[in-house]
Design a binder for this molecule. Sequence first.
Ligand SMILES: [Fe+2]
Length: 248
Amino acid sequence: MNLTQNYSSYTPENHQVWTLLFDRQLHNLPNKAIPEFLQGLQKVGFSRERIPDFHEINQKLKPLTGFEVVAAPGIVDDALFFQLIANKQFPATVWVRTMAQLDYLEEPDMFHDVFGHVPLLTIPVYCEFLARLSGMALQYLDRPDIIDRLTRIYWYTIEFGLFRQPGQKARIYGAGILSSVGESKLSVSDESVKYEFDVQHILDTSYIKETFQSQYFCISSFEQLLESLPAIEEQLAKLREKEMEPAA
Ligand SMILES: [Fe+2]
């Protein structure tokens, strides 16, 4: 994969879309997102005026956690996706939605991939979880059924995770929520169903891609994610054994 961002090809409309979405979420997220996300936005140096340049992002990001952003040609397959992330290279698409697509997208664009994901990549313990979960996936590339279960963990944490400390309001850390104006309001409201983070519960819970989630899982610290890795590994290993038993 050798796709570059080709920064000079962005049109004035592309930059305007970024500005519009950026302003909208900067207004919307302060009492909804975890503070580390907002701090991360500053650390990676995003500005409201223009689409971030991956090269500039990486100069700030890499010294913090070792992660860098690499340009991806749209959705990448599981093998490449997990391989890149295990190597601390986060694949981000380079295209940006049009004005006509502001709130509806069939697949993630760079506002999701960059605005939603990159600020979290400034948090070392989050990055360690992400890289190790992806490394775990590499052992199961021959088993789509197990990758599907592991993807549920990715989905309900990295993409749609909430953070809640005892007695506190839920806050957003999932990138899929952070980049969506509608879901960022719904997810932390009293309207949504929220469960405590639980590995087995998540492994048993399928998800929907086409619309807002019908439930969310709340962690109380990023350490909790890291500490859950052995339990995830154990459950996935059990799934492999199960399928390998000879048919009766
Ligand atoms: Fe994403």
